[in-house]
Write a protein that binds this ligand. Structure first.
Ligand SMILES: Nc1ncnc2c1ncn2[C@@H]1O[C@H](COP(=O)(O)OP(=O)(O)OP(=O)(O)O)[C@@H](O)[C@H]1O
Ligand SMILES: [Mg+2]
Length: 232
């Protein structure tokens, strides 16, 4: 089975006092395994909301979501957390690393949650750091690393659990052009190796590096390059 994610008519309504904010207004799409996708759209168009829903960090108000054939709607809170921890690797704009922990300790963290024993944890974290080219920085703490290096640590942390797919919210938003290009090279390599990568970006040059662009406007998909037309 080659379908990684199937979303049907996802809606998200935030209740703000008396007011309702329609962040997603019926979004349908499928993600195939090994896809490399950019989600684009202006501020407030619903990108982060969509990422939080497909990342199982939040639930839609209505609609259906399947991840590797698993019905996410039917999953209870514990099951949802399990899907999130086992299947999804997150990368954020501001890295979200623990400042007081070393690079290797940061990468080990999700393996602690997964109940992996110490020796295996260390081996896998070191291998992930090697994969992102940081073998010479394993003892450094985030404040002792450059922005690009911090994002590499975050990518190693996202990869170390061998997730089904990677979700990145503006992963190059805090980086200069050169560093941003290097981080995209890394995502492209990870995708070449068979990983499914979905990233959010404002930057058309970042989006051009992916294989498929989904554009959101006011909670709707207005373009999906894999469909060559207007979406649902
Ligand atoms: N927790 C929340 N409570 C209420 N409204 C929210 C909440 N989160 C987002 N919204 C609203 O939903 C809409 C979509 O927000 P979202 O964060 O998904 O946009 P975005 O496309 O990620 O924007 P940006 O590019 O600025 O990050 C916006 O109108 C926003 O104000
Ligand atoms: Mg956002």
């Amino acid at each position: 089975m080659n379908v990684m994610i199937e979303a049907t008519k996802l809606t998200k309504v935030y209740q703000m006092g008396d007011e309702q904010v329609h962040a997603l207004r019926g979004v349908s799409f499928a993600v195939q395994k090994k896809d490399f996708i950019a989600i684009m759209g202006p501020s407030g168009s619903g990108k982060s909301t969509m990422l939080h829903i497909i990342g199982c960090l939040d639930r839609p108000t209505a609609g259906e979501l399947f991840i590797e054939g698993l019905n996410v709607q039917e999953a209870g809170g514990n099951k949802l957390a399990e899907i999130r921890n086992q299947k999804i690797g997150f990368v954020f704009q501001n890295f979200n690393l623990m400042a007081k922990a070393t690079a290797v300790e940061n990468v080990e963290l999700p393996l602690i949650y997964a109940g992996i024993r110490k020796r295996e944890r260390r081996q896998r974290a070191l291998a992930a750091l090697e994969r992102v080219g940081l073998s010479d920085r394993i003892k450094h703490r985030p404040p002792e690393l450059s922005g690009g290096q911090r994002q590499r640590v975050a990518i190693a942390r996202a990869m170390v659990t061998e997730p089904a797919f990677i979700l990145a919210d503006e992963p190059t938003g805090a980086l200069d052009t050169t560093t941003s290009g290097q981080i995209l090279d890394l995502f492209a390599e990870l995708n070449d190796e068979g990983n499914t990568v979905i990233l959010i970006t404002h930057d058309p040059t970042v989006a051009q590096r992916t294989h498929r662009i989904i554009e959101l406007l006011d909670g709707r998909i207005t373009r999906d390059s894999s469909r060559n037309g207007v979406g649902a």
